[in-house]
Design a protein around this ligand. Structure first.
Ligand SMILES: [Zn+2]
Ligand SMILES: [Zn+2]
Ligand SMILES: [Zn+2]
Length: 150
């Protein structure tokens, strides 16, 4: 299945360090979001995360808190947001500061996590050729997966 396995210790490590060194400040909402995300391999929408919380927690945070927490986790580089072009952003845990791309099946909507960035090496060329300093990129590849092919 996923090519890149999400390291499940990351959020635990971050959560543990939280109060000690005072560097990483995670709100309660952020911790809850991370603990949901570390149990799933698939991309999850804020709604998915929220409904998981509602089924497992007595006092789940509101959807707005989930959105806000996701936003700050993305800013901290612990979670990446993925745009599949359907208007709803999906989220997943990543190794801090890293990113990756996906092969998304149009038919079953499953996605394969790619283990390497396909464009990072092009970025130097872009700067040389266009004098353009690249700050980021968005790339998801759509098609039909092996299972849906058969
Ligand atoms: Zn498929
Ligand atoms: Zn992924
Ligand atoms: Zn990339």
């Amino acid at each position: 299945m996923p090519v890149m396995l999400i390291e499940s210790n990351i959020s635990r490590a971050v959560i543990r360090n939280d109060s000690k060194d005072g560097k990483v400040r995670l709100t309660k909402g952020c911790k809850k979001v991370l603990s949901v995300l570390e149990t799933v391999d698939d991309l999850s929408s804020a709604q998915d995360i929220h409904s998981k919380m509602r089924s497992t927690e007595d006092k789940p945070p509101g959807l707005t808190t989930v959105y806000r927490s996701l936003e700050s986790l993305v800013n901290m580089g612990l979670v990446q947001a993925v745009d599949l072009g359907d208007g709803e952003r999906r989220y997943e845990m990543i190794k801090p500061g890293e990113h990756h791309h996906h092969l998304v099946c149009d038919s079953c909507k499953n996605s394969v996590h790619l283990d390497q960035c396909l464009i990072e090496e092009l970025e130097g060329g872009i700067k040389a050729r266009y004098g353009f300093e690249v700050r980021g990129h968005i790339l998801e590849i759509f098609g039909i997966c092996k299972d849906c092919h058969n």
